[in-house]
Design a binder for this molecule. Structure first.
Ligand SMILES: Cc1cc2nc3c(=O)[nH]c(=O)nc-3n(C[C@H](O)[C@H](O)[C@H](O)COP(=O)(O)OP(=O)(O)OC[C@H]3O[C@@H](n4cnc5c(N)ncnc54)[C@H](O)[C@@H]3O)c2cc1C
Length: 277
């Protein structure tokens, strides 16, 4: 049960959603955009979120896009993981989404909610970190596409207050390149990751592009690890010097255990992709 009353709204345009959010915020209310609601509803039940209004963004057609346009695959932030899996436009993305939660929860979780939400794993972002991805944002800065790398920093998406994540895009050719994803959990098949590594072949380079979740406080593109692997194997590289921060140390696993699992996962990934990376 949710112990607070809140208003539910479902605008069908980007401008409508943003204006509604801005109006409510100006009046001192505490609005939230609603994707799949898995985080908001759980948070509202436990008192972590106290929304006065939720603005459901799933009726906005721009957030429902799933199309190829000008050589780029566009995925709306309001698509559920299940909807993306059903269309399977990018096998590497499907592979990763198929390991987030279970079948019925994936019907709820949206691509946008996974990237914007506070749960730090954000595994859906991993394949996007491996290539020239862009995100469409709508807010005080207007309606614009920006490179993902400009707004996804230190493991999270930096949105201005009230800004909406509308869609993500990648070059369509990338979706046909080989890639693998390897998720290691502590006990169960359905669980948060101890470590997840996504890898994609890079034409002309022996080592694949690598993106990692679970190891540190947020997902990251492991460029320095990629470079080090050109000269030494996963067991030999000076990992601590190559990571953005020390591996997490929590109830799922100690720092040393996560480091051990990460090295093993790198071995698995390199083996699965074969000698040409
Ligand atoms: C059982 C279970 C298992 C899970 N396992 C994993 C896992 O293994 N790996 C993993 O990565 N995650 C996992 N999750 C986390 C899950 O991915 C998050 O709960 C989910 O990503 C939130 O998505 P949502 O669409 O439900 O977001 P919501 O709850 O609707 O929203 C979350 C936040 O994002 C904001 N938001 C949503 N959409 C937008 C948008 N388009 N623009 C701007 N802001 C927006 C909301 O305002 C809110 O602050 C799991 C969750 C559950 C319930």
């Amino acid at each position: 049960m949710i112990a607070v009353d809140f208003a539910y709204r479902r605008p069908d345009t980007l401008a409508g959603a943003y204006e509604l959010f801005s109006d409510l915020a100006r009046r001192g209310e505490n609005p939230f955009y609603l994707g799949g609601g898995t985080e908001i509803v759980t948070g509202a039940r436990t008192g972590l979120f106290t929304p006065s209004s939720v603005i459901d963004v799933k009726a906005i057609s721009d957030l429902r896009a799933l199309a190829v346009h000008d050589g780029r695959l566009i995925l709306g932030a309001g698509l559920s993981l299940r909807e993306i899996l059903a269309k399977d436009p990018w096998p590497l993305l499907s592979h990763i989404l198929s390991r987030i939660a279970d079948h019925s929860v994936r019907t709820q979780i949206t691509l946008g909610g996974n990237l914007v939400g506070s749960i730090p794993y954000r595994e859906a972002v991993l394949p996007f970190l491996l290539t020239e991805s862009a995100v469409r944002l709508y807010g005080s800065g207007g309606d614009r596409w920006v490179p993902l790398a400009h707004v996804f920093t230190d493991g999270s998406l930096r949105l201005a207050v009230g800004e909406l994540l509308v869609a993500l895009s990648v070059p369509e050719a990338v979706t046909r390149l080989g890639g693998v994803a390897c998720k290691k959990t502590r006990f169960d098949w359905v669980d948060y990751p101890l470590v997840t590594v996504a890898a994609r072949r890079q034409p002309g380079r022996r080592i694949p592009a690598l993106a990692v979740s679970g190891l540190t406080s947020g997902p990251f593109r492991a460029l320095r690890v990629e470079d080090a692997l050109l000269h030494a194997g996963p067991a030999e590289i000076p990992l601590r010097e190559l990571l953005p921060e020390a591996p997490l140390d929590d109830r799922h696993g100690s720092s040393a255990y996560r480091e051990f699992v990460f090295r093993n996962t790198l071995e698995d990934v390199l083996e699965q992709l074969g000698p040409n990376g």
